[in-house]
Every structure is written in C-alpha cells, then in structure tokens.
Design a protein around this ligand. Structure first.
Ligand code: 3HC
Length: 282
C-alpha cells in the first residue's frame, strides 16, 4: 500500500513517520517548503531516538528514504490511502479534502486526523463518503498507542474494520467512537485544560503547582498547562472553539488567558513560550 499525508505539522509528520517505519512508502505533503524541511528534521530526530532505544526494525536512513517530501499535491494521485492532517479549521479542512478527492482515485481511502470537527460535516466534501472516516492520532504520534477511529453515517463498516486492523499491524491500539464534536479525548481533555487555565487566572496556584498537582496527585505524565503548551495553545484554542460552537456550552469556552497568549504568538513549546519558557531548536 502507498500512503500519503497532507499537512506536515507535528501530527502530520508523525503519521507519515509511523507508516514509513512500518515499511510503507509515504508521500508527505505541505504547501510550505519550510514545514517540509522542519518535518524532515523532526522525523530524523525522532527516528534517531527510537534507534537508540533499539525499537526500530530498520535504519533511520532506509526509513527516511521511503518518504517523499513535496509541495506538489499531484504526487498523492497513486495513493491507496491519504490522511489529511492540516490545521483544525473547517475552511482549511474542507478545501484540503476537496483537493484530495479531485487528485486521487475513487477508491482511495481518505482519513481525517481532525481532533474535534464532525466527520459527517467533513464527509459532505468527499465524493464516495463511504471511503472516508476520522483517524485521530495523539502527540507524539510515534510514542502514543491510541488512535480514535470515527465513523460517519456514510462510512462503510468494512472500512472501519480494515483501518482498525491496519493500525494494529503498525503497533497502535485504537478505540472506535461515535461522531460527536471532540469525540471522547478532546471532549474530556479540553475542559480539564480550560479549568486549569481558569485556576491559573484566579491565582489559585502557580502554573507549576497546578501541573504538579496532576503529575503527583493523579500520576499524569504532564500537568494540564504543560500539556497545553505541548499540544500547542493555538491548537487548544481551535479545538475549544469547535466544541464551544457545537455544544454551545460555556464549559468549552476558550479562556481569555489562552486567547491572549495565542494573540501574542506564545503558542507553547513550538514557539519557545506559553505557560512556560522553552529552548527552541534551530
Ligand atoms: N519520537 C520518538 N520517541 C519519542 C518522542 C518522539 N517524538 N518523544 C518522546 N519519545 C520517547 C523518548 O525517547 C522516551 O522513550 P523511553 O521512555 O523508552 O526512554 C519516551 O518517549 C519518553 O520521553 P522523554 O523521556 O523525553 O520524556 P517524558 O518521559 O517526559 O515523556 C512524553 C514524553 C511521552 C511526551 C510524556 O510526557 C507524555 O506522555 N506526555 C503526555 C502526552 C499526551 O498526553 N499526549 C496526548 C496529547 S492530546 C492529543 O495529541 C490530541 C490532540 O487532538 C490535541
């Protein structure tokens, strides 16, 4: 099978990497050449880490040689499966899905890595929507075993089964969820992050003590504010917007501190500052 991933940010490049690691050829697409260069560097870095731990079946060089990095969408035309992993914005996702549909064959499987947008809504932009479904990965993709598989009303049950089995063969452990905004993961995670931000705004405790509460009190690997920085504050805000618009419930409303940080381009780890400061790799 030949795979393509459209969108080469943190999630997209992780998805491309795990398929290449499992022996498949992957076309990694982005409109930005800079994003493609960053993706290649991040994938090499991740593969080196995995090699040092002895958890690769192949060398990083051979794995990366199975990946084509391109800004030419026509390169995906021969794919058996394409995963869309662009920004979590309805307009960008629908435009991308229309372009994918116009480029690949009628039977090519199309998955969306959307973390919150309805699969039924997105399926309106895909011809033959029975070949379309949600395939939601978690960051860092090479490490996290979970994938949320989301069936739309028109998704074929055979496709759900096929993709489930495929993901198991590449080492993932999926769950199947109904098409509700935010599915299970972000519906539950985003209110936690939101409430932690509100506790920070109300000076209940410092950011590090809020996080320590969850690391030491609940055994979470990261507290909610460090996790928000890790996911990307812009990504958290986009997801909260989708949830707030769809459920109309204030428990999803992006807090003002989150908006202010995003407006100041303090997006978390990737920009060097969010709730905490980080060293950014050049
Ligand atoms: N590629 C390969 N390996 C990686 C990696 C990467 N990008 N990032 C981390 N690792 C490996 C490390 O080599 C290490 O392996 P080892 O334990 O076998 O030695 C292991 O992962 C742990 O890494 P570190 O020692 O560097 O750091 P930590 O112990 O702090 O773990 C972490 C890092 C795995 C990110 C951990 O902190 C964690 O699990 N955090 C929570 C992550 C999480 O919740 N992700 C989901 C976010 S929600 C989401 O993605 C959904 C979206 O829609 C918002």
């Amino acid at each position: 099978m030949k795979f393509s991933v459209v969108g080469s940010g943190t999630m997209g490049r992780g998805i491309g990497q795990i398929f290449a690691q499992s022996g498949y050829n992957v076309v990694q697409v982005d409109v930005s050449k800079q994003a493609l260069d960053n993706a290649r560097v991040a994938i090499i870095d991740s593969l080196n880490k995995l090699e040092r731990k002895g958890s690769l079946k192949d060398t990083p060089d051979r794995i990366i040689s199975r990946m084509e990095f391109t800004d030419n969408m026509d390169s995906i035309s021969e794919s058996d499966m394409v995963i869309e992993a662009v920004f979590e914005r309805l307009d960008i996702k629908t435009e991308t899905l229309k372009r994918i549909g116009a480029t690949v064959g009628k039977n090519t499987i199309i998955g969306s890595n959307t973390s919150s947008i309805s699969i039924n809504l997105l399926s309106a932009y895909v011809d033959n929507p029975e070949r379309f479904m949600g395939i939601h990965f978690f960051n860092p993709v090479p490490v996290m075993k979970l994938v949320e598989l989301v069936s739309g009303e028109k998704t074929s049950s055979d496709l759900m089964k096929k993709v489930y089995e495929l993901l198991v063969t590449i080492g993932k452990d999926p769950v199947t969820v109904r098409d509700f905004p935010g599915f299970v993961s972000n519906r539950v995670l985003m209110p936690l992050i939101r409430e932690a931000i509100l506790a920070f705004e109300e000076s209940v405790a410092s950011a590090s003590d809020i996080d320590k509460t969850f690391r030491l009190g609940m055994n979470h690997p990261m507290g909610p504010l460090e996790l928000a920085d890790f996911i990307g504050l812009d990504v958290c805000q986009d997801i909260m917007e989708v949830l707030y618009t769809n459920y109309g419930d204030p428990r999803f409303k992006p807090p003002i501190t989150l908006r202010n940080l995003v407006n100041s381009k303090k997006l978390g780890r990737k920009t060097g500052e969010g709730f905490y400061k980080y060293e950014v790799k050049k």
